[in-house]
Design a protein around this ligand. Structure first.
Ligand code: NAD
Length: 259
């Protein structure tokens, strides 16, 4: 399928994991792709892999907490391709600690990247989509946005915030024919989850591998998602098959959260 031929997709967090899988999926389906991330080397690697699929690609160094970086990136994309069809806001981090030990600095850093970063990214792209009267925004939230677990106050708050933000943006952009949805992945095998495993497993007396297996066993499907399985749903939300679907927060978690 090449549903996005001649379209332009901007992906934040494109250097790794879910963002990288989305960049590759849009490139596979014919879109020109702008890869945005603050990890220059890994972002360039994603860009090269996308270019190998025969589309035009830009790798742009962006810190999503900086409004200027995003304004410049969007200006560069418009100068090169004169349109934007899809925004995927995937850049994010995980930090978790027992509530009494979360420092204000840790709280602010995570909220800054996971929530303010999505706000700034949506804000930078929305005026162009509104003017075009077309386009899709897909914000990557988490199952932690709908449910929670101990020692993840700042992460859960940020991901619930992304769902609220998504709903408001969806209502504002709907009259312009622009959709905005959130995707809420369950545990997905990326660097983020592997990093959490190395940090948390020793506290539970487990090896990182055993911790990952235990989390996989928590899921009705008894496995974690692969990043491309999240990218497939993101691509659906950017496709013409989902034109009447907006303001939703879609669980892609193997049945972990049902509500
Ligand atoms: N992996 C999971 O199990 C899981 C589950 C639910 C939700 N998510 C969410 O999916 C998104 C992607 O996570 P992932 O698992 O692919 O993680 P990842 O660590 O593999 O990728 C995250 C990317 O975001 C980039 N990034 C972080 N801060 C940034 C900043 N300030 N500016 C620009 N880029 C920045 C990183 O450099 C990295 O390339 C995140 O929002 C995460 O919270 C992940």
């Amino acid at each position: 399928m090449r549903r996005f031929e001649n379209q332009v997709a901007i992906i934040t967090g494109a250097a790794s994991g879910i963002g990288r899988a989305c960049a590759l999926r849009f490139a596979q389906e014919g879109a020109n792709v702008a890869c945005l991330d603050f990890d220059a080397a890994k972002n360039e690697a994603t860009a090269i892999a996308c270019r190998d699929l025969g589309v035009e690609v830009r790798a742009i160094l962006v810190d999503v907490t900086r409004k200027h970086d995003l304004t410049n990136a969007v200006a560069q994309v418009m100068a090169d391709w004169a349109r934007i069809d899809v925004l995927v806001a995937s850049a994010g981090i995980y930090s978790g600690a027992p509530l009494p030990t979360v420092s204000l600095q840790q709280w602010r850093r995570l909220i800054d990247i996971n929530l303010t970063g999505v706000f700034l990214t949506n804000q930078a792209v929305a005026p162009i989509l509104m003017q075009q009267k077309s386009g899709s925004i897909i914000n990557i939230s988490s199952m932690a946005g709908k449910t929670s677990w101990p020692a993840s106050a700042e992460y859960s708050a940020s991901k619930s915030g992304v769902i609220g933000l998504t709903r408001s943006v969806a209502m504002e952009l709907a009259p312009f024919g622009v959709t905005c949805n959130a995707v809420c992945p369950g545990n997905t095998l990326t660097d983020m989850v592997r990093y959490v495993a190395t940090r948390v497993a020793p506290d539970e007396g487990l090896s990182p591998e055993a911790w990952l297996q235990a989390r996989a066993n928590d899921c009705p499907m008894k496995r974690m998602a692969e990043p491309w399985e999240i990218a497939g749903v993101v691509a659906f939300l950017a496709s013409s098959d989902s034109r009447y679907l907006t303001g939703q927060a879609i669980e892609v978690d193997g049945g972990m959260v049902m509500c």
